[in-house]
Design a protein around this ligand. Structure first.
Ligand SMILES: *[C@@H]1O[C@H](CO)[C@@H](O)[C@H](O)[C@H]1NC(C)=O
Ligand SMILES: *[C@@H]1O[C@H](CO)[C@@H](O)[C@H](O)[C@H]1NC(C)=O
Length: 333
């Protein structure tokens, strides 16, 4: 069932907004009732809490006070991001899990890459969607890393290679999926079928609710999370406005308010997510409590200093994603 408290809040807002817009009590009643029925019919229930706990608070995390330490892109500060070397390095440095970015080559091979182009991380150039896997596999994925001497010749791994490495090292996987809902869901489903242990040791995360919804449609047993950064439509990661036009900026800001409201009152429920991955500036004890009441765990990103890590481990007692398991570093947006 829908949580009554949340439901009443959400549906009252919808009722009032439609009433103000249409000035018709009948119309707003019909719209509100339809929304209620829609949610009831199309929402996915959360995965049972026992299995969610195994994924989000694995037994390995006991050493860090029950808090998961997740290496962002495999730990992009300590090794070339999204590579097998990064996964191994993260394991050696005491990470309990790794966050990995799923993408596809031009010929549809699922692999690890964060950007749409290969320029920032490899010695190649061009759009990922224009390069075949045979071309990508020639590139040096450590070419632009500060420790490139140490990791020379590291390749772009396929999703399968990365998954197998993580299973071998008993690392939890946070699959970060940016787009391609259909291709991503089917590539991941293939991994879950091939390695059922992933149901206990991985979580699929995305900024895009439709990616998560699609994943649960394909397999409702998969543990999922929505990723969120308030004001992400109008502002970049470092807080600067995305658009120079003031009009456009304000319009995007209005959409940001709407999106934030939808995330907190509708989308999490529709997708039945078990965790909410939130940019650290918006996390407080009250915020963690808000989600705990809904059976959802907050995971913070990107936590890169010793002071912040201590705050997360000892005070908030929630898991976090970090660029380095070794030292303080700048955030990689
Ligand atoms: C990138 O580096 C690899 C490994 O050193 C090399 O084999 C390849 O030819 C290089 N590719 C380009 C486009 O420079
Ligand atoms: C997942 O965890 C449950 C509970 O601990 C266990 O019974 C099950 O066998 C595990 N599944 C796999 C594939 O490891």
């Amino acid at each position: 069932m829908l949580q009554i408290g949340d439901g009443i809040h959400c549906f009252s807002v919808v009722f009032v907004v439609v009433l103000l817009g249409t000035r018709s009590a009948v119309c707003s009643t019909v719209v509100t009732a339809s929304l209620y029925v829609f949610l009831l019919m199309f929402r996915y229930p959360q995965v049972p809490s026992g299995r969610v706990r195994q994924v989000l608070r694995p037994s390995k995390a006991v050493q860090s006070g029950g808090v998961s330490l997740v290496a962002h892109r495999g730990g992009g500060h300590d090794a070339p991001e999204n590579t097998l070397a990064a996964i191994r390095e993260a394991g050696e440095n005491g990470a309990t899990g790794v966050e990995l970015d799923l993408e596809f080559s031009a010929d549809g091979v699922p692999l690890l890459m964060h950007d749409e182009t290969v320029d920032r991380t490899t010695n190649g150039s061009g759009l990922l969607s224009k390069l075949r896997f045979s071309e990508l596999s020639e590139l040096d994925a450590s070419a632009k890393h500060r420790l490139r001497e140490k990791f020379r010749g590291e390749r772009i791994p396929t999703l399968q290679e990365a998954v197998e490495e993580c299973i071998k090292l008993q690392l939890t996987i946070y699959f970060d999926v940016k787009g391609h809902p259909d291709e991503s869901a089917s590539a991941l489903k293939e991994m879950y079928d091939k390695h059922p242990v992933l149901y206990n040791t991985s979580i699929v995360c995305s900024f895009e609710p439709k990616v998560i919804y699609k994943m649960r449609q394909v397999d409702p047993e998969v543990v999922t999370a929505l990723t969120h950064r308030p004001w992400s439509l109008s502002r970049l990661g470092d807080g600067t406005p995305r658009f120079s036009s003031l009009w456009k900026h304000h319009w995007m800001q209005a959409l940001d308010v709407l999106l934030d409201w939808a995330h907190h009152h509708l989308l999490w429920n529709l997708c039945g997510v078990s965790a909410f991955l939130v940019q650290k500036n918006f996390i407080s004890p009250d915020y963690v409590q808000y989600w705990a009441e809904r059976g959802v765990e907050v995971v913070g990103w990107t936590i890169n200093t010793a002071v912040e890590k201590q705050y997360y481990q000892e005070l908030l007692k929630i898991s976090y994603i970090t660029d380095s398991l070794r030292e303080d570093c700048e955030p990689h947006y």
